[in-house]
Design a protein around this ligand. Structure first.
Ligand code: B12
Length: 510
């Protein structure tokens, strides 16, 4: 039987993170195809292992999961090398990057197929069809009947229709034991501020909203499906009993869509001593009853990540945040979270396009003022700042403006290796024509001052002396709004912490 390698390229600071993407892909072919995992996060030089597998001649397929940034870099270098040294191997990419940027991926000539969105049915169908083609049982198969794939035929991109989202309760169990044989699971249960053995878990797919800046929208088209509470609970309990997990990061795009599911899960997990974190929406959770919030906290929910984005209602509307999130609500909600002792982690997107450079700068200043108000209302609010980096949400008002400005994505896959595009992905230094260097500097300098004034709670390695020193040193700058050239703070952050950026790295420590 032909075999497939499932590769998770190295990503930023995620040695201790269960590679759920390839784990779930493995589950989808369990019993039908033999497969191995190679985790770039746990291999000093993954090529050694990959080369050994491929040289054995047993592997006809190479499957790689790809998200932008650091993962993309290793994904490109490795896939190109495989194409050069093992030209008969069929390369398949899946995940957010290739789904959204399939043109440059397929034009590269080193990737044969892109899995567009969920791969749970697409991959086994694709492998079956290719196998039939190769075994001569069938002539050239019509791959266009397989949903959720993209490939090139006669120079044309073929994007097959999207499949309905699967019933998540019917998905096969994740092959934790198989992963554990190759990479002991204990390596993945890292120390975070949530707990000493933190697992990454994914309980739903998609998101029911259509925010015009979000990479999830073109893939899931406002659809969401979640696993039932008792199945999530069973998995968490398994991870606890089998591997000692005591904390969980829910990596769902939107864990909290269903209040009923959240409450059911909270009731089930309440006595398990598990501390957990997830991502949600302010307007959704704001509708939750007080009792629901209370039981969540009691059940171990310590922090929730929210896309606050901006305090400006007109921009919130342009971002298509569902039409129900407002600046006033963002503030009131920060206060409500304080009451329930759940830390809100608010992310903001600064530097959106506007009619003139003055307007762009004015909005950045307004957002900075708003963030400071939030900190006054609830100082525990964790603030994450992104510089707006477009994703191809075609048809949205925001993306139309982006295209009008002259912005273009790279056409060649290799261009993404250029440090300036890598930074674009990290949403720190976008190559967007409307943003001038002074604007980016202002955003990043404010972030430095803010992080010194309020060191992130998720960095539990900071001593109270270090926190106090940073707070004192930055307080005048913060109060007076003097953000430029904060070298003294940068030096301290670099020296003490190699300051962790939860927005890029998550909460883990190396
Ligand atoms: C965990 C995670 C991380 C981890 C890395 C984990 C790792 N693997 O090492 C950390 C915290 C390090 C991280 C960092 C970043 N991330 Co990240 N991350 C996620 C997150 C929360 C979960 C991914 C996951 O495990 N999903 C669970 C699996 C089961 O779902 P899946 O990946 O979609 O897989 C399915 C399909 O896509 C497909 N599939 C996927 N891969 C493959 C491979 C093959 C071969 C096949 C056949 C199919 C297939 O089949 C799977 C099963 O159906 C996602 C959001 C999300 N909820 O998915 C963001 C997300 C992928 N990250 C994103 C981004 C932008 C980043 C960053 C670049 C910056 C940032 N600001 O967040 C950094 C840089 C990372 C880097 N490159 O080094 C974006 C991508 C957006 C985009 N523009 O494409 C996402 C979507 C978050 C968001 N909503 O914006 N991230």
């Amino acid at each position: 039987m032909n075999q497939i390698i499932l590769f998770n390229p190295r990503s930023a600071n995620s040695k201790h993170r269960i590679p759920n993407s390839i784990l779930q892909v493995g589950a989808s072919i369990e019993g039908k195809y033999d497969y191995v995992f190679v985790d770039g996060n746990l291999e000093r030089d993954p090529w050694k292992k990959l080369n050994a597998y491929l040289s054995s001649g047993k592997f006809k397929f190479f499957g790689c999961t790809v998200m932008p940034g650091m993962q993309l870099k290793q994904a490109i270098l490795i896939t190109k090398k495989i194409r050069e040294e093992f030209p008969d191997v069929i390369n398949i990419w899946g995940g957010y990057f290739p789904s959204n940027q399939y043109k440059s991926v397929l034009n590269s000539g080193c990737v044969d197929y892109v899995i567009n969105g969920p791969g749970d049915e697409a991959l086994p169908h694709l492998l079956d069809s290719i196998e039939k083609m190769f075994s001569g049982k069938q002539g050239e198969t019509d791959l266009s009947s397989i949903k959720n794939i993209i490939f090139k035929k006669n120079g044309e991109f073929i994007r097959t229709p999207k499949a309905d989202l699967l019933d998540q309760d019917k998905l096969p169990p994740l092959p934790y034991k198989k992963l554990n044989e190759l990479y002991p699971l204990k390596y993945y249960l890292g120390k975070t501020f949530l707990g000493t053995k933190t697992a990454a878990y994914h309980s739903s797919v998609g998101c029911p909203f259509t925010c015009s800046f979000c990479a999830v929208v073109p893939i899931y088209e406002a659809r969401w499906k979640g696993k039932s509470a008792h199945l999530i609970y069973n998995d968490i309990k398994f991870l606890k009993e089998e591997y000692g997990t005591n904390a969980v990061e829910f990596h769902d795009n939107n864990f909290f869509v269903s209040e009923k599911r959240t409450v059911e899960f909270s009731k089930l997990v309440k006595n398990e001593n598990i501390i957990w974190w997830g991502e949600g929406r302010i307007d959704t959770i704001n509708k939750y009853d007080d009792e629901s919030l209370a039981i969540m906290r009691e059940a171990g929910c310590r922090m929730i990540f929210f896309g606050a984005e901006t305090g400006n209602d007109a921009i919130l509307k342009q971002m298509d945040k569902g039409g129900t999130q407002t600046g006033e609500q963002i503030k009131a909600f920060a206060a409500r979270m304080k009451e329930f002792n759940i830390i809100p982690e608010y992310s903001f997107v600064l530097g959106l396009p506007a009619e003139s450079p003055e307007k762009v700068m004015q909005q950045i200043d307004e957002d900075i003022r708003f963030i400071k108000q939030i900190k006054e209302i609830n100082p525990n609010t964790e603030i994450i700042i992104y510089v707006y980096s477009p994703v191809p949400t075609e048809g949205s008002e925001l993306y139309n403006e982006v295209v009008k400005s002259g912005f273009r994505f790279p056409e060649k896959l290799e261009d993404w290796l250029d440090p300036k595009w890598a930074n674009f992905d990290l949403r720190k230094n976008p190559l967007t024509p409307w943003l001038q260097p002074a604007m980016v500097d202002k955003i990043l300098n404010f972030e430095t001052v803010l992080n010194a004034r309020y060191p992130t709670l998720s960095d539990f390695k900071l001593t109270s002396f270090q926190r106090k020193t940073m707070r004192t040193l930055s307080s005048l700058r913060y109060k007076k709004g003097i953000y430029s050239l904060p070298y003294e703070l940068k030096a301290l952050q670099k020296f003490w912490l190699k300051y962790r950026r939860p927005e890029v790295e998550g909460f883990y420590t190396e």
